[in-house]
Design a protein around this ligand. Sequence first.
Ligand code: HEC
Length: 128
Amino acid sequence: MIEIRRTWRTICVAVCAIVASSAGIARAETSLTKEEARGKMIFEQDCIFCHGVKGQGRGIASASLDPKPKDFTDAEAMAKLSPETIVKAVTEGGEAVEASPVMPAFGQQLSAKQIRAVVAFLATLSKK
Ligand code: HEC
């Protein structure tokens, strides 16, 4: 009888651990601030075509591009870009920051607030 109880307890502990860890995963995905979450929506609409769903620069349009769209998950490369450069690239296009002119300007299409949000979201992609 005691054996059975122990077995149940082990199972309960195991199930709890699984539930707790999957809750942890869910939390990691939803830990964006409101601004970052807004930026994510803009990213999914306007950027993944080239930069890819995960921001690695492997969007469906990227195959024929040279240079490739920036890999936003590369923390070292991203650290070399100042926030001002990133905002300028998104607002005025790649050419304005001496990058590829294929990187479009979004200043007409997105407000300054929307651009700040998408840039805030980009910063989350290279954070571990
Ligand atoms: C038509 C394809 C395309 C789309 C759409 C696009 N990009 Fe890019 N982007 C590029 C390419 C290509 C580069 C690489 C430029 C280079 O390295 O010379 C780039 C580079 C960048 C850079 C780095 C600029 C630098 O100084 O190196 C940022 C930041 C960026 N994109 C943000 C965005 C954001 C945010 C969006 C959506 C709002 C977006 N891009 C949409 C193609 C695209």
